[in-house]
Design a binder for this molecule. Structure first.
Ligand SMILES: *Cc1c(COP(=O)(O)O)cnc(C)c1O
Length: 394
């Protein structure tokens, strides 16, 4: 199998797997217990916290472990909402291309009387800071804008966004799930108040993540129970997962210069070769995007059929977000770029990892060319386009 769905989830590395092993059957104590096995567990927990903090230039007591990216996003937004309600500031700014963990959490807030502004991202998939400045009002409590998009990989001007937020006394949260471990992230330099991350996007296990919250920002309790995570998020810590994530993150950051260079070379080969397919389009900015993200549309075909046929060729690909598959609506991200519905349906996302080889990329290029050609041959839409009954959009 050629695995090119690393933005969906990634394989746990050998190093991470080995680092986790002792925490299942040897160091299995509860970090809240007073006996020595518990205290050893506690030491490892705090050591992992320190490692994660260091990786994003935060302080140790600004890191809260969670069950993943979705929980971190939901917690950040719930906490912002509580603070906003107290201060009578009920306006939040976000972008049109957020992950559903953010968008659906904000939908809930609308029911509680919050007003949400969705900044447009234009054809390149990037917000304009001018739009953000214009959107901020007296009752704006927070801005939540993702660091890098999970479908098209575009990177937002995070540092400038943070600067604008701070000039206006507004909290800045960023969903950095796709960015962490893939591109440099520094919460201090980038003016970030709150940040979400998830282990399984950088060769660490699923079901573990973290929320960074700057000390000066109020963080309200999310899960009630024991005193874990400074009384704010109860529940016995997922120590194997937490240790694995810390090791995986350190590893990803150490390897980043080399890995991102390799990924980018292979990704650009995909772009170059697959752009030769007529009536196709690269989705999102070509430069300002994650090094491992490829996303293109091919007119006149169905993304779902493309995925099924690529799967038969031994290639694990995606049409966009794993979370929207199964629904017939085209991706909200591609629609936000201004693509027509029928074009957005013919999208393909390939996301690489450090394990991706050039041989795999060459095979993928041949397979995509072959499958697109075949699907167009049997497509009534393509037939109409060719006969001029219908006009090409690309
Ligand atoms: C994967 C992802 C999430 C969700 O993270 P989970 O750990 O799967 O809950 C949130 N935001 C973005 C941008 C993601 O890519």
């Amino acid at each position: 199998m050629i695995y090119l769905d690393n933005a969906g989830t990634s394989k746990v590395s050998d190093k991470v797997f080995k680092a986790m092993e002792p925490f299942f059957k040897e160091i299995y104590g509860n970090a809240s217990s007073l006996h020595s096995l518990g205290q050893i567990a506690k030491e490892h927990l705090e050591c992992a916290r320190e490692k994660v903090a260091k990786c994003i230039n935060a302080d140790k007591d600004e890191i809260y472990f969670t069950s993943g990216g979705s929980e971190s996003d939901n917690w950040a937004i719930a906490s912002i909402a509580k603070y906003g309600a107290l201060k009578n500031k009920k306006h939040i700014i976000t972008s049109q291309i957020e992950h559903h963990a953010v968008l659906h959490a904000l939908d809930e807030l609308k029911k509680q009387g919050f007003e949400i502004t969705y900044l447009p991202v234009y054809e390149n998939g990037i917000i304009k800071t001018e739009d953000l400045k214009n959107a901020i009002k007296k009752d704006t409590v927070a801005v939540t804008i993702m660091f890098a998009n999970n479908e098209i990989g575009t990177i937002q001007p995070v540092k400038e966004i943070g600067e604008i937020c701070h000039q206006n006394g507004v909290i800045f949260h960023t969903d950095a799930v796709q960015a962490i471990g893939h591109i440099p992230v520094d919460v201090k330099e980038m003016n970030i108040d709150m940040l979400s991350m998830s282990g399984h996007k950088f060769h660490s296990p699923k079901g573990v993540g973290a929320l960074y919250c700057k000390k000066s920002i109020p963080l309200f309790n999310y899960i009630y129970g024991g005193a874990q995570e400074k009384n704010r998020r109860a529940g016995t810590e997922n120590l194997p997962g937490i240790v694995g994530m810390a090791v995986g993150l350190e590893d990803a950051i150490n390897e980043m210069p080399e890995v991102s260079k390799r990924e980018k070379t292979l990704r650009d080969k995909l772009f170059e070769e697959l752009s030769k397919i007529p009536h196709s389009k690269i989705n999102g900015d070509k430069i300002n995007r994650l090094p491992n993200n490829f996303n293109m549309c091919f007119e006149g075909i169905e993304g779902e059929s493309l995925l099924l046929l690529l799967n038969e060729e031994g290639i694990c690909a995606s049409s966009g977000s794993a979370c929207t598959s199964g629904s017939l609506d085209p991706s909200h991200v591609l629609l936000a770029l201004g693509l027509a519905h029928e074009v957005a349906h013919g999208s393909l996302r390939l996301t690489l990892s450090k394990y991706t080889t050039e041989e795999e990329i060459d095979k993928t290029i041949d397979a995509v060319k072959k499958v697109v050609e075949y699907l167009r041959k049997i497509s009534p839409v393509w037939d109409e386009l060719q006969k001029g009954v219908r006009k090409y959009a690309l």
